[in-house]
Design a protein around this ligand. Structure first.
Ligand code: AMP
Length: 581
């Protein structure tokens, strides 16, 4: 199915429900939910997939994480099962990893709030008892990893005869993990008359074959293939920062502080995010204004006027709001969220680097969205350079630089006679460099130079290349995926800070470090594979010259020490013990 996003109707939802979503046939309560979430218009995959799914058709969709595919299948699913009996599950969504089961479960809960849809995530590594109780109480939607779903089916605790809709999400990942047979077995337990949707970032023959077996005359949707016309993408410097969600705000703040853009447009996906980001940046002393579909015309005009005259240096906007505006050339475009398609990306970054001027486009993204980034790169034929997040030291250096600039400016401006007398008097007892340093220190401090900064855990490059296959449910289901991705893989860097240890975690000392060629991935690999610990559970890792430190759950520490003590890391025996600070 062809889709042309750039010429989509200008859905300038000023007030009330977004006409974009309403036109897709979604019911009022879902529209109200989307409004409350600050979604202004459907993403391309949503525009394409929602109508056929609402009509009960099977869908085969190619879309990567970050395109809005979760809402694309969840919204119609919720609407279609809204009046089904609550005793048995009406829908099951199968996902490859426990992380996704949680995320998609949350999304279903969020979108289904008004419809009071109940949802239960089921994944390995979690006690089965409470899951059984929850299933007994009755639930509308199950979001499960295949292994755990099958486990429940075999125990007769999960009954699928009431299922009307099955979604296979990230099907290529599920196959990569060796779940093909499990999927077939699960689908066998569902009624023949049902609706099935399959979403996958890639469409290799294996997926086609699953689709052929389980989908009936599916509507095929391809969003990832939309090509941007050669040469239409603007030539600007493009950088990307990969961080997990909790650090997104701090990363944005730091990028803005170190890049010090003269004028920047910051794009967010939702209205709610626009407001949050604006508030955060304004609290940090930036001259910033928000613009989104919720503003009146008068408010927009005022905001735009302030931006044009340079009174405001940062404008935080949704795509819809920015589309209808005559925004002047900016030095930086910052994507607080990766946009949902290559077209939107090109449209966004086209606001900078115009008329031969220098422009920089910066994108912040989640490790899981790297595939979408690569597809954007392919379609725009431009290189997006993945860059480490500026460190606290970088920020402090930048602040010091600003203080120096301010002092130099004061020297240039002259008119210092009123202060010379004091300096001369002080110079009788103290040397001039010390006096200067003390004055600099005071100015630095007064300008907020000592404001404490949160550590943003660096994702080592290999972790930045993190592949979700590593986050398999359970521990060692199949060797295949481990061989392909295993030791390369790192868990997401949630709370991975080199210093502060999380509650419930114990720090282990491993007697080998950088000079033995140890990298974080080796430690994660050893713990996950030898001690059979889910890599999700591993906390902060610090690699030093001659040793390394790894945080692991307290309750598992003893076992890990024993097992690692017996095994080899990078081919050598290494001492492992609990670290005493
Ligand atoms: P997904 O590709 O399903 O992982 O979604 C990526 C992100 O986009 C999620 O954080 C959603 O909340 C958000 N999102 C999905 N659809 C929309 C939309 N139409 N407008 C704004 N944000 C959206």
């Amino acid at each position: 199915m062809k889709h042309d996003h750039t010429h989509a109707p200008e859905a300038t939802a000023v007030h009330g429900f977004s006409p974009g979503f309403a036109a897709l046939g979604l019911e009022a309560r879902l529209l109200a939910t989307l409004e409350a979430l600050g979604y202004e218009e459907p993403t391309p995959i949503q525009r394409e997939a929602i109508p056929p799914l609402l009509a009960g058709k099977d869908v085969l969709g190619q879309a990567a994480t970050g395109t809005g595919k979760t809402a694309a299948f969840t919204l119609p699913l919720l609407q279609r099962i809204a009046h089904s009996p609550k005793t048995k599950p009406s829908a099951i969504i199968l996902v490859p990893t426990r992380e996704l089961a949680i995320q998609v479960g949350e999304a279903v809960g969020r979108y289904g709030k008004e419809l009071r849809t109940s949802v239960l995530p089921l994944y390995g590594g979690q006690a089965i008892g409470p899951q059984m109780h929850a299933l007994k109480r009755g639930v509308d939607v199950i979001v499960a990893t295949p292994g755990r779903a099958l486990d429940h089916i075999r125990r007769h605790t999960l009954k699928l005869e009431g299922v009307q809709i099955v979604v296979l999400d990230e099907a290529d990942e599920m196959l990569d993990m060796g779940f093909a047979e499990d999927l077939d077995a699960i689908l066998e337990h569902t009624p023949a008359a049902k609706q099935t949707a399959l979403f996958s970032a890639t469409m290799p023959p294996r997926i086609q074959s699953i689709a052929h077996r389980h989908l009936q005359q599916p509507v095929e949707i391809t969003i990832a293939k939309e090509a941007v016309k050669a040469g239409s993408a603007p030539r600007v410097q493009q950088a990307a920062y990969i961080v997990t969600r909790p650090y997104r705000g701090a990363t944005l703040a730091r990028i803005i502080e170190t890049a010090a853009p003269k004028s920047a447009l910051v794009f967010c996906r939702t209205r709610v995010e626009v407001d949050e980001v604006t508030l955060m940046l304004s609290a940090r002393g930036h001259r910033v204004e928000a613009i989104h579909g919720g503003l009146s015309q008068v408010q927009r005009d005022r905001v735009m006027q302030a931006f044009r005259t340079g009174q405001t240096e940062l404008l935080v906007a949704t795509d819809v709001a920015a589309r209808g505006l005559d925004i002047p050339q900016v030095s930086h475009v910052i994507n607080y969220d990766l946009p949902s398609s290559a077209e939107v990306y090109v449209h966004r970054i086209g606001r900078t680097g115009r008329a031969g001027r220098e422009g920089t486009a910066i994108t912040i993204l989640d490790p899981r969205e790297q595939r979408l980034l690569r597809s954007i790169e392919q379609h725009t034929k431009g290189k997006v350079v993945v860059t480490p997040v500026p460190s606290v030291a970088d920020v402090v250096a930048k602040r010091l630089e600003r203080t120096r600039g301010a002092v130099q400016e004061a020297i240039r401006a002259g008119d210092l006679d009123g202060f010379r007398g004091v300096v001369k008097a002080m110079a009788e007892t103290t040397d001039l460099a010390t006096i200067g340093a003390a004055a600099m220190k005071l100015l630095f401090r007064a300008e907020g130079g000592e404001r404490p900064e949160q550590e943003i855990p660096a994702l080592p490059m290999r972790q930045a290349e993190w592949h979700p296959s590593a986050q398999r449910e359970g521990l060692h289901r199949d060797g295949a995926s481990r061989n392909r991705h295993g030791r390369q893989a790192m868990p997401p860097a949630k709370n991975r800070t080199p210093r502060g240890r999380e509650a419930g975690m114990t720090r282990l000392y491993v007697g080998a470090g950088r000079d033995a060629g140890i990298r974080a991935g080796d430690l994660v690999g050893a713990i996950a594979n030898e001690a059979h610990i889910n890599s999700n559970l591993i906390g902060a890792i610090q690699i030093e010259e001659r040793f390394s430190l790894v945080d692991v759950p307290e309750s598992l520490a003893k076992g890990i020490v024993e097992v690692l003590g017996r095994s080899r890391i990078k081919g050598r025996k290494v001492g492992v013990r609990v670290f005493r600070e």
